[in-house]
Ligand binder design. Structure first.
Ligand code: 0WD
Ligand code: CA
Length: 397
């Protein structure tokens, strides 16, 4: 069975259900996952601190590249097993199932939401139904292969460009290390703040927020990486509600300085993608660090997520044929495509497995049933863990 869905489909509604954090989990410097919410907040969440005057210090975001403690690509794929373990532990504490239609990673939804304005990137996802819910994962094997092939090709054709790109990737993590602190500013010593520029940079440590949200009738549970908090995290002990936590989160990004009009469109493309990432989890702020050709940090700009759609809509830069990025239009596509997925995959049929494929060559978006060995592989252990399945069976009674 193959069903296709037209790229010009749009839903009537563009209103998102107010995102609420349900819990968080984390990965430490040794690559171990921890499913305890309080521990994640205590040990893995960092805090933004970078006064404007620090721009004059001419920080080089390429510094320390040779010491980068980088997690192997194959170990850095979205980890559904830890996510499910964290869901199980949360449900054990609350005594009830988290009621949603779709469980997935934020990165998966970013791909779907931005598709109408990024038709050149292919999408490969798997979907299975269990316990009345759909579980969607990226086909990480495909993505790793794709990326490795692109890397090899560039390395062979333009080794300098390859090296430059790798350093640019590093600057993102370096910017995080340079602008964040392990505790709110008031609890950090002067020494700790000043030593950040020399700190070994790693991409092992990760803080993941799990957020309940949705569009139209479709409710989702999304796990996504959050870079840091803006100021502090309200604690429930002090009477703050859990709904307020998301308002304190920040997304950090780096980009090339926009010093010529033709670079503006590329930046807008990035800003659109960043908007999608933040919008999905309800993250209200984005901090952009702008670097020059030599990776020197030249400027830092703060954007409110909710003002980005208007910024993109009102853009007057020359576009050279590139269409404007319409966030509201993307949301309407997103609403339509999620509804289509939930209508075409029976959440109560636990015998089937599907692949969602967007083919950039033919521009077709399709739902494909997986048969035979592929079905068995996906249904038996590749997506859901035995631990999670037996927990839900126990809960069902
Ligand atoms: O294929 C992979 N290696 C991916 C891994 C693709 C997407 C996600 N992930 C992992 C992340 O490391 C994280 O553990 O899944 C988890 C949660 O992901 P998410 O929040 O759903 O992912 P997404 O929204 O795509 O990206 C968030 C961050 C990125 O931040 P920036 O500011 O660069 O968008 O996850 C990291 C990265 O820090 N990340 C990656 N790191 C290394 N290689 C990659 C990647 N391919 N993709 C995302
Ligand atoms: Ca980031």
């Amino acid at each position: 069975m193959i069903k296709t869905f037209k790229l010009n489909s749009r839903s009537e509604t563009s209103s998102l259900k107010l995102p609420k954090e349900v819990f968080s989990f984390s990965r430490d410097l040794d690559g171990e996952w921890h499913t305890d919410d309080a521990k994640a907040k205590e040990e893995a969440l960092s805090y933004y601190y970078f006064p404007d005057s620090y721009i004059d210090r001419n920080y080089n975001l390429g510094d320390g590249f040779n010491k980068f403690k980088k997690i192997p690509e194959a170990e850095n794929v979205p980890n559904f097993a830890s996510f499910l373990k964290a869901i199980k532990e949360h449900e054990q504490q609350s005594g009830k199932k988290i009621k949603v239609d779709i469980v997935t990673f934020r990165g998966v939804m970013t791909k779907l939401l931005t598709l109408p304005y990024d038709t050149k990137t292919p999408i490969h996802l798997y979907v299975i139904a269990f316990d009345g819910q759909l579980f969607i994962t990226p086909d990480s094997e495909y993505e790793l292969k794709q990326r490795a092939a692109e890397d090899e090709q560039l390395k062979a054709s333009d080794p300098e460009k390859y090296q430059y790109n790798k350093t640019c990737e590093y600057t993102g993590y370096k910017f995080e290390a340079l602008t964040t602190l392990p505790k709110p500013w008031a609890q950090c010593s002067r020494g700790l703040i000043e030593k950040r520029a020399k700190k070994t940079v790693n991409n092992y440590e990760q803080y993941i927020s799990v957020v309940r949200t949705g569009i139209g009738k479709v409710k989702t549970l999304l796990a996504g990486e959050v870079d840091c908090a803006w100021d502090y995290i309200p604690s429930e002990e002090n009477g703050a509600s859990k709904n307020d936590i998301l308002k304190h989160y920040v997304e950090l990004k780096t980009s090339m300085v926009v010093d010529q009009p033709h670079k503006a469109v590329n930046f807008e493309r990035k800003l659109f993608k960043t908007w999608a990432q933040c919008f999905l989890l309800g993250i209200p702020r984005v901090v952009y660090g702008f670097r020059d050709q030599k990776h020197l940090l030249k400027n830092v700009e703060i954007y409110n997520t909710e003002e980005i759609p208007l910024l993109l809509k009102n853009s007057e830069y020359p576009r050279g044929g590139v269409q404007k990025f319409h966030c509201v239009d993307a949301i309407k596509w997103y609403g339509a495509v999620l509804e289509w997925i939930t209508q075409n995959v029976d959440a109560n049929d636990e015998s089937k497995a599907y692949k969602i494929i967007y083919d950039s060559g033919s521009r077709t978006f399709s739902l494909n049933e997986c048969m035979g060995d592929e079905n068995k592989r996906l249904r038996n252990g590749e997506i859901l863990t035995e631990e999670f399945k037996s927990w839900r069976e126990q809960l069902r009674g």
